[in-house]
Design a protein around this ligand. Structure first.
Ligand SMILES: Nc1ncnc2c1ncn2[C@@H]1O[C@H](COP(=O)(O)OP(=O)(O)O)[C@@H](O)[C@H]1O
Ligand SMILES: [Mg+2]
Length: 373
């Protein structure tokens, strides 16, 4: 029987909350019916960004921020219900990611932690809908990275019967899924490549006072600085073998500034061009290395709307067709939220949500804590 689910995602870009209201069939096929998004209030955004870095009175501040995230998510839920003309009882569950403020997958003795701020009980109260939250922790407990969680959804939604498909999500961080054809003994691969929009956004905010470089036009007008690019590319994370995952814990303003200190006086537009070349180049190398059989690269996340990044990807992968996920029926801004609706559906069915071949966990696990309406 088909069920309605809502997926809610707020990623490392910290641009706000994306939500979808989706119908999931008994076999797991998902169709998005409504999409809503809402930026974070500036004060909440600033606090969430600050909480990515150790600071004073963190427990109290994190708890209050988690309440703020729940309220922001609830507003998106109300918008979706209004758009659909439905009451809360029509939705089986919300799959809610929360806002990552720490991701330390292998912190101590091989068992790490990941922190997504969200007061899930408050969201259940405000929405009147059951909430599936904390979707990453169980995979970490089983020895995995807890990330990325989207590859099994990419497989279910985009997988091809007769061809290997590569799917690249360009959120704040970039992550790649490699989906072998149906029936292939090869395992699905998935891992975080490196910075997605995070560094581009940061530099654009600092020098232009805009949240992001629309269509990558500013980057497109700059000149890539090869010595700076080489220094940035020397980051050891880029050549670590999967499974691997990362976040603002590594790719933050301090990381960028440390590298830039060796290259004083560069024009800001040239730095932006170099960051675009870094972002795309790391993904290009990962596709070449890990998806040699793929003929198509499907791009999702807000970065798919950055024409400059898309052109750099296509230039680096001339043998592949680089295209937006819209070509496969799901607009790029909806894919991650749809993945969390699908993961909530898996949780309700008692089915595993993770892939051990992706996260490196001891096995596949049922993900998420369920809070009744
Ligand atoms: N029109 C656009 N041109 C360039 N970049 C865009 C555009 N629209 C969105 N983006 C980028 O996408 C980001 C949001 O992408 P998203 O997939 O929501 O990331 P996250 O999952 O990290 O929140 C923005 O911060 C911005 O960098
Ligand atoms: Mg976002």
């Amino acid at each position: 029987m088909a069920e309605r689910l809502i997926g809610l995602m707020s990623g490392t870009s910290l641009d706000g909350v994306d939500g979808v209201l989706a119908l999931v069939e008994g076999d797991g096929r998902l169709t998005v019916h409504h999409h809503a998004s809402r930026p974070f209030e500036p004060a909440l955004r600033a606090e969430l960004l600050a909480l990515n870095t150790p600071g004073p009175d963190e427990l109290h501040r994190a708890a209050l921020a988690a309440n703020g995230v729940a309220r922001a998510y609830a507003q998106v839920v109300h918008q979706l219900l209004q758009d659909a003309g439905l009451g809360p009882g029509a939705v089986a569950a919300l799959g809610a990611h929360g806002q990552t403020v720490r991701h330390q997958p292998l912190a101590v003795d091989g068992v790490g932690y990941t922190v997504q701020l969200l007061n899930a009980p408050l969201l259940a109260e405000l929405a009147g809908i059951p909430v599936v939250a904390d979707l990453r922790s169980r995979d970490l407990a089983a020895g995995g990275q807890g990330a990325p969680l989207v590859p099994p959804f990419h497989r279910a939604q985009f997988g091809q019967p007769d061809a290997t498909l590569a799917v690249l999500n360009l959120g704040g961080i970039s992550n790649l899924s490699v989906l072998p054809p149906d029936g292939s003994p090869a395992a699905v691969l998935g891992f975080d490549c490196g910075p997605g929009n995070a560094l581009l956004d940061l530099w654009c905010q600092r020098h232009r006072g805009q949240p992001y470089d629309a269509d990558g036009a500013w980057a497109a007008g700059g000149r890539v600085q090869a010595p700076l690019l080489a220094a940035l590319r020397a980051e050891p994370y880029f050549v670590l073998p999967p499974p691997k995952s990362t976040g603002r814990d590594l790719f933050h303003a301090g990381w960028l500034d440390r590298h830039l200190a060796g290259f004083p006086g560069l024009a800001p537009a040239d730095v932006q061009a170099t960051l675009a070349a870094l972002t795309a180049g790391v993904c290009v190398d990962d596709v070449r290395r890990h998806a040699p059989g793929a003929a198509r690269l499907v791009v999702c996340g807000g970065g798919a709307l950055n024409g400059d990044l898309m052109r750099r990807l296509q230039a680096g992968l001339p043998a592949l067709r680089v295209e937006s996920s819209a070509a496969l029926g799901l607009p790029p801004q909806q894919v991650e939220a749809a993945a969390f609706a699908w993961l909530a559906w898996r949780r309700l069915q008692g089915l595993p949500g993770s892939l051990a071949s992706v996260t490196g966990a001891r096995g596949e696990r049922v993900l998420g804590a369920l809070h009744a309406a």
